[in-house]
Design a protein around this ligand. Sequence first.
Ligand SMILES: O=c1[nH]c(=O)c2ncn([C@@H]3O[C@H](COP(=O)(O)OP(=O)(O)OP(=O)(O)O)[C@@H](O)[C@H]3O)c2[nH]1
Ligand SMILES: [Mg+2]
Length: 185
Amino acid sequence: MKIFFVTSNIGKVKEAKAFLEPLGIEIEPLKISYPEIQADSLEDVVKFGIEWLKDRIPGYFFIEDSGLFIEALNGFPGVYSAYVYKTIGLDGILKLMENVENRKAYFRSVIGYYNGNVHIFTGTVQGKISYDKRGTHGFGYDPIFVPDGYEKTFAEMTTEEKNAISHRGKALKEFHRWLKENLKY
Ligand SMILES: O=c1[nH]c(=O)c2ncn([C@@H]3O[C@H](COP(=O)(O)OP(=O)(O)OP(=O)(O)O)[C@@H](O)[C@H]3O)c2[nH]1
Ligand SMILES: [Mg+2]
């Protein structure tokens, strides 16, 4: 089966393909930008996005909204992660975290799939903000995020290694489980 993935982020496409294509689900990326509302939760952003997109996409599709939530910053950048990444970037976050001992943070991913109805799948990974940027793989905040139980950042992992433990990997796993049960492919 083929599903559209509406996103402007090729890093997300790479991860979704690495996860779902070996399972027999073809992913076709569609770079259509949709409004991302200023909401309190990633779920609300995803639900609004689906409502806006559903009559514009020629088939079943999903979108994904994700964010980095830093404990010492009361959850910032959270739902604003993309904007903060584009403005102050990794150096800005490291600067905000200078002399901050509590490095705890988590990533959250919310996938919304539309097949006539909306289905939501989520994943979280706990970790820490590093003191400097490390690694060249991945995208976004990967060079400054160290998942719990590891010494290396997400950017020092291969796509497969990251998918096995990441927020998006967990959400994709839930999504795949649902597809298998409901489509019997
Ligand atoms: O280190 C990271 N590891 C990840 O696994 C990850 N996933 C998302 N992000 C960043 O968090 C923001 C999400 O915003 P976001 O969901 O709106 O994505 P986006 O705008 O890049 O693409 P899209 O909205 O077109 O799909 C963006 O700045 C992403 O770079 C990540 N950073
Ligand atoms: Mg976005």
